[in-house]
Ligand binder design. Structure first.
Ligand code: CJB
Length: 807
């Protein structure tokens, strides 16, 4: 039921909106108020569809999916919402008639940075795709008062400032206090027999916290459906007499939803994180069960009508929480309750880093959520009972939900779910063979792969309108609706005129990006240079240092031979480091100082520039990606679960400089190896080093003089203004034997980069490769990804006929 609003109507509505919200004429209102009014109006336009979808799902008893994620990273909503409502052009023109510029107004919207990186952004891409294919699937998360920190560079060092994204309110959300639930923490709990004979928990001195939902409309493309993203906020319950609440109690409650944890994928044992995890898991499950019982009579039918998805381990407590509700509140037998629970839950793992597998000390769980501890303990006891005799005791002990004094969240998630998936074929394979090997041995049928995808609507249709329009001019609009149809572009691979037009679009995007950099950072970049982009969290395994080493190599070459031919490059970084990740922060400092050195060296001039854009975010990604020529995806093989910036960059015509890791492998397969730049150790070679324990970083160093010069430059004073940070990198390579095989891959990487510099000079051949990447990007649409989840994991129907979905 797509909305239809004419431009004339829109102009009138918009003027009225500004008038009624701010008592001003459109042209007198500040740009900030122009934004608020526009967002409010778009929300009003979309609300009818939202109500109708939610109502319809209930009336039709359509199976509903609830996607639990401790992170969502929506970025901005205004333009994607307009795009999905088919209003983008109309609103742009309407505003023009009023003398206003949509793009200027859109810049007023603060990014919603309620996630760290790939994990959270994937959740938001899914939120776009689910209603776009007509799947009834809703998000469940936390409404953090502060998003991921705002990164600034002070003397080249990362410094973190609070991201006060709610300062001017959030126009998109609806507070629904009438749907609040109580979440219980702490105190003592013991079991008491009821008159009917069942055991009931009695709580003493517990801390009750009110969870208030804030709902956000997730508008599907063409407004096929509109789903809900429900973000929970912690408040004092109304029953508490406010006069007697101490500041300590108040701040304990507030703390739960104050900050997003800025550690991307490493374990952080802070109790507050545990409280966050239980808070949104419990609130979400309570509200799902309540809603279910409003529309159904028989709770044993829950798995038929509801799927609960555990996105990484943070929401794993949904499993014992559902058990608590079924057993304690509804009096259902344990076995039946377990059957319902395991058939409702499904789980995605997102990492191969062993240190990122979340565990919680038993004592922490016992103290914070005592009843949940008892339930996990019972799950654990029954797991042993069921497995003993069937499997080796050591195996059972090694994979039980409780072990080594901790609750092992990934193991609990696997045991309590009906499906476990990785996010790219290599990742799913390594989960089975390595990270979750023991659990795979006992329940192989649960394991499967669902390769990640991206919202092409955001990253191409909206962020790269010139490219989208060029594609329209050849294929019509079908590729927007059926993403695989973009492979129709391969028919133009030898069409000189089309290739020139494509090159022109890239060039225009590079100019727009150069202007952005000039305005923002006062750095002037050469738009004829290769724009070489690495945008992702700063992490040792992602190997930003390998990229850095190549930059230093290029610099040394220019200095040694300033007159030699050189294909100019601009190296572009965007990356935040976890505030407590010392090494990652050293890498940022060194990149910034190398950038200073190079960018200010007159002998280098236009040949080489390094731009580290501070505060990388979704909206900044949307500016960088359309301008990229090279996509750096250079993690150690076997470490990156999937990656998604690789997909976003390919869809915008960048070529891979990549290892055979994560979804790079699938991109290379789809676009053709001849259209990418592949280098480095394979996963098998990396594992061989592990097995034989025979890797020597020193030997790599000793055999390569160019590499020696790079490493020496980190510690010999030739990079101005770095202190111990150069040593940090140097030590990680030589003293600590280079855990991520940077030195092993250096020579091949440099060779590959040199090839890139050579090939870029043949514009036509380059553009052809770029075209091959764009033409192969349809397969990576998250519309297909969520359709596969729906078909194979959730068993939930969706309305859209994805004609080219290959299963
Ligand atoms: N990932 O962003 C995170 N945070 C984590 O804590 C664990 C994993 C990333 O998830 C993405 C989405 O699946 C993957 O593409 C990426 O490889 C992984 O690092």
């Amino acid at each position: 039921m797509a909305n239809t609003v004419t431009k004339k109507q829109f102009i009138e509505d918009y003027q009225n909106e500004i008038q009624s919200l701010f008592a001003e004429d459109v042209n007198k209102a500040s740009v900030a108020n122009q934004y608020h009014a526009l967002a409010q109006l778009v929300k009003r336009y979309s609300n009818r569809q939202w109500t109708s979808s939610i109502k319809k799902y209930d009336i039709d008893k359509q199976k509903q999916v609830y996607y639990f994620s401790i992170e969502f990273l929506p970025g901005r909503y205004l333009k994607p919402n307009l795009l999905n409502m088919n209003f983008l052009e109309m609103v742009r023109e309407g505003l023009q008639d009023l003398g206003l510029d949509l793009d200027v107004i859109a810049e007023q919207e603060p990014d919603q940075g309620l996630g760290n990186g790939g994990l959270g952004r994937l959740a938001s891409d899914f939120m776009d795709s689910m209603p776009s294919i007509g799947l009834a699937a809703h998000g469940n998360g936390i409404r953090y008062r502060y998003g991921l920190f705002r990164q600034v560079f002070v003397d080249g060092y990362q410094s973190e400032l609070p991201d006060d994204w709610l300062r001017n309110g959030n126009d998109w959300e609806i507070r629904r206090e009438d749907h609040a639930v109580v979440v219980r923490f702490g105190g003592n709990v013991y079991l008491q027999q009821t008159e009917s004979g069942h055991m009931e928990p009695v709580y003493e001195n517990s801390e009750d916290i009110l969870a208030v939902p804030y709902d956000n409309a997730m508008i599907g493309a063409g407004e096929l459906e509109t789903n809900n993203l429900r973000l929970w906020s912690a408040e004092l319950p109304h029953s508490v007499d406010n006069e007697y609440v101490t500041p300590e109690v108040r701040s304990r409650v507030k703390a739960i939803c104050r900050d997003l944890y800025p550690d991307d994928s490493t374990y952080d044992g802070r109790i507050l994180r545990l409280r966050q995890e239980y808070f949104f898991s419990s609130a979400g499950i309570q509200s799902i069960v309540r809603h279910f019982l409003d529309h159904h009579d028989d709770i044993t039918e829950l798995p038929k009508y509801v799927a609960v998805h555990i996105n990484d381990t943070h929401p794993t407590l949904v499993i014992p929480e559902l058990m608590r509700i079924l057993v304690d509140d509804m009096g259902i037998d344990w076995e039946k309750a377990w059957d319902i629970t395991t058939h409702t839950m499904t789980y995605t793992n997102h990492t191969l880093l062993a240190e990122a597998l979340e565990t919680w000390p038993i004592d922490a769980i016992k103290t914070e959520i005592p009843r949940i501890y008892q339930i996990i303990d019972e799950i654990n006891r029954r797991f042993f009972m069921e497995m003993q005799g069937k499997f080796d005791d050591n195996l059972i002990t090694s994979i039980a939900p409780i072990g080594d004094g901790s609750i092992r969240m990934a193991y609990l998630a696997v045991i309590g779910s009906s499906s476990v998936n990785g996010v790219a074929p290599l990742h799913s394979d390594l989960l089975q063979k390595d990270v979750l090997k023991g659990l795979y041995a006992i329940s192989p049928e649960k394991f499967n792969n669902k390769t990640n995808g991206i919202a092409l609507r955001r990253y191409v249709h909206e962020a790269n309108e010139p490219l989208a329009k060029l594609i329209d001019s050849k294929l019509g609009k079908v590729w927007r609706d059926q993403p695989m149809a973009i492979d129709g572009l391969t028919a133009y691979a030898d069409d000189d005129q089309f290739l020139q037009e494509l090159a022109k679009v890239k060039q225009a995007n590079k100019r727009a990006f150069a202007k952005f950099i000039d305005d923002k950072l006062d750095i002037q970049i050469n738009t004829d240079a290769i724009f070489d982009v690495q945008i992702k969290r700063l992490h040792a395994y992602k190997r930003q240092v390998l990229h850095l080493f190549y930059i230093i190599t290029e610099y040394h070459r220019i200095k040694a031979n300033p007159k030699a031919d050189f294909t100019p490059r601009v190296h572009i970084f965007g990356a935040k480091a976890a505030p407590s990740y010392y090494y990652a922060k050293s890498v940022i400092k060194v990149i910034n100082e190398v950038a200073n050195m190079i960018n200010n060296d007159p002998e280098v001039g236009d040949k080489l520039k390094v731009v580290f854009i501070p505060n990388y975010s979704v909206s900044i990604a949307e500016k960088i990606i359309p301008a990229a020529d090279i996509s750096e995806q250079i993690s150690t093989a076997g470490k990156e679960a999937s990656g998604t910036s690789n997909m976003k960059l390919m869809a915008n015509g960048a070529l891979l400089a990549a290892t055979l890791d994560g979804a790079n492998i699938d991109i290379i397969k789809a676009a053709g190896r001849e259209n990418e730049y592949v280098f480095g150790l394979t996963t098998a070679e990396v594992y061989k080093y592990y097995e034989n324990n025979d890797y020597s970083a020193q030997a790599e160093y000793d055999r390569n003089p160019e590499l020696q010069r790079v490493l020496n430059s980190l510690i010999d004073g030739s990079i101005p203004n770095i202190q111990s940070e150069g040593w940090d990198i140097h030590d990680s390579m030589l003293r600590d034997n280079d855990q991520y095989f940077v030195l092993a891959d250096y020579a091949d990487y440099v060779k590959t980069q040199d090839q890139i510099s050579h090939d870029y000079l043949d514009k036509k051949a380059w553009t052809k490769k770029s075209l091959a990447n764009i033409a192969a990007s349809g397969a990576f649409s998250s519309d297909y990804t969520v359709a596969r989840y729906a078909d194979e994991i959730w068993h939930a129907p969706y309305a859209k006929d994805l004609q080219l979905l290959d299963k």
